[in-house]
Design a binder for this molecule. Structure first.
Ligand SMILES: [Zn+2]
Length: 171
């Protein structure tokens, strides 16, 4: 297991659609362990493989710090099969530092995918679990919270990044 660096916006890998996993082999198992460790170390409640530079459709979640009735979950090739209602929720992202934005989400989702053992799973999520599932599945499709807010908010964030970069470059 290894703690890896979380890739930050605007790295192009975050904009790419990740590839479907066709076989759950030792490499996928190792990937899940690395993602789990990296997520806990970074203090996040979810992580997608592309965020550590591996563009494969794998996500890990642990929303128990917010909702203790759920525990760690890893899903391979997750897919939303049904959804219901809408809510606005303030979200952050390990790949978009210092950004908290209200994002419109579905209130409830039903997600299908494979467990690390290759068993087909169906997870019905609302509250923080539903939101985290949607956020991580967005990552597997190359979508960031910045893609789900207004253009103005996106521009403000980009300008902030640019200013910070200029500050760093100054001798
Ligand atoms: Zn994220």
């Amino acid at each position: 297991m290894a703690v890896l660096e979380v890739i930050k916006y605007p790295h192009p890998i975050l904009k790419k659609r990740s590839e479907t996993v066709s076989e759950i082999d030792g490499e996928v198992e190792k990937l899940i362990q690395d993602m789990k460790e990296t997520m806990y170390m970074a203090g996040g409640v979810g992580l997608a493989a592309c965020q550590i530079g591996i563009p494969r459709r794998v996500i890990v979640l642990d929303v128990s710090p917010i909702d203790p009735q759920h525990s760690f979950l890893a899903l391979i090739n997750p897919e939303i099969v049904s959804e219901e209602g809408e809510i606005d929720h303030e979200e952050g992202c390990l790949s978009v530092p210092d950004c908290l934005e209200k994002v419109r989400r579905k209130e409830k989702v039903c997600v299908r995918g494979l467990s690390p053992q290759g068993t087909e799973m169906e997870i019905k999520g609302d509250g923080i679990l539903g939101i985290a599932l949607q956020h991580e599945i967005d990552h597997t499709n190359g979508i960031l919270i910045l893609d789900r807010v207004s253009r103005l908010k996106r521009d403000i964030y980009r300008n902030k990044l640019r200013k910070e970069k200029r500050k760093e470059e100054r001798p």
